[in-house]
Design a protein around this ligand. Structure first.
Ligand SMILES: Nc1ncnc2c1ncn2[C@@H]1O[C@H](COP(=O)(O)OP(=O)(O)O)[C@@H](O)[C@H]1O
Ligand SMILES: [Mg+2]
Length: 307
């Protein structure tokens, strides 16, 4: 009887689980497998992320140049290449999170060297790698650990996301942080990191350098967007509410300079607290975590959180 069960189990494993030693090709082989050609800056970013060291990347790019696609391709490749990869994709809204996650799924399905299963917002592979996608909000981000974190549209996520997610990587070996964004207002965490952050590999990719965006379309956008054009397509940071009487610098000078509002001090302050008192976060009777988004509710399998 026991022998029969064992034989059946073996047979099931053969059918449903590809051997974990299934060979994941090198980057060139992977791109061939998924029939994709990267722009040179996209390839540089992926090669940098694959280096055997902690990597922090900040890419300030025009709209539609291929930021999310690049990040998603890297996540899908890395999850298969390295067992037990824990990837988090964070975007300002649920819709944008879903968008980047669909791209991760697309690249995984096209390559599918390592088997796995997907839900609407997560992917788990048989080699132990996971990817979760989250809309930006500190209470939703908190409790995960990750060795790969992608923050898409990083200049637009809520400030507390930075405070919550960066510690999630702190105990990891060779963590990879990938910040992608179009330009935005001249303040906030991304602006601070871009201008003062240490240890970043930085890329600037204006829309005009993208072979898929025509000069004609850009001219049209310039007319329609006015002052926002610089932020959307030319990797610029603009004065918040350009045309306002008071600039951000003038407002900053009104604050008490003795109060440390830096990202680092906020991270330290956040590490000292650990409550989930927010109304939007709760566990249901089955022990699953659930987060209420503004217009929808997402259930997250209990496997997904480390709380
Ligand atoms: N290397 C590439 N080759 C062909 N198409 C690409 C490439 N990179 C991105 N794209 C396409 O360009 C479009 C915009 O890409 P996306 O990553 O969504 O842009 P962004 O996040 O910068 O706004 C998508 O249709 C995407 O598939
Ligand atoms: Mg995008």
């Amino acid at each position: 009887m026991a022998e029969e069960v064992e034989t059946r189990l073996k047979r099931l494993k053969e059918i449903y689980i590809k051997p974990p030693e299934a060979e994941v090709p090198d980057p060139d082989g992977f791109l061939k497998l998924v029939h994709w050609h990267l722009d040179s800056w996209q390839r540089e970013i992926i090669d940098t992320l694959l280096e055997d060291r902690p990597v922090k990347i900040a890419a300030l790019c025009g709209r539609q140049v291929g930021k999310s696609e690049t990040a998603a391709l890297y996540v899908a490749y890395r999850m298969q290449l390295e067992a037990n990869t824990e990837a988090l994709c964070i975007s300002p809204s649920l819709r944008q999170s879903t968008n980047i996650f669909r791209k991760v799924l697309k690249w995984w399905r096209r390559s599918r060297v390592i088997e796995g299963k997907a839900t609407a917002l997560s992917l788990q592979l048989v080699n132990g790698s996971t990817c979760f996608t989250l809309p930006s909000s500190s209470d939703k981000v908190r409790g995960y650990s990750a060795n790969v974190v992608v923050i898409d549209e990083a200049s637009r996520v809520e400030p507390d996301v930075w405070v919550s997610v960066l510690p999630a990587m702190s105990a990891q070996k060779n963590p990879k942080l990938l910040l992608l964004t179009t330009g935005a207002a001249k303040h906030g965490d991304f602006y601070e990191e871009w201008t003062n952050g240490v240890g970043y590999n930085r890329w600037t990719v204006p829309s005009s350098t993208c072979p898929r965006i025509s000069a004609e379309n850009l001219e049209d956008a310039r007319r329609k967007l006015g002052t926002m054009f610089a932020a959307e397509h030319e990797c610029g940071f603009i004065e918040e509410g350009a045309g306002n009487i008071f600039t951000r610098e003038m407002i900053n000078r009104c604050y008490n300079p003795d109060v440390d509002t830096s990202l680092e001090s906020r991270i330290n302050a956040a590490l000292g607290e650990d409550d989930y008192a927010d109304d939007d976060y709760h566990r249901d009777a089955k022990g699953r975590d659930s987060v209420a988004d503004s217009d929808s509710e997402i259930e997250i399998d209990e496997l997904h959180t480390g709380v």
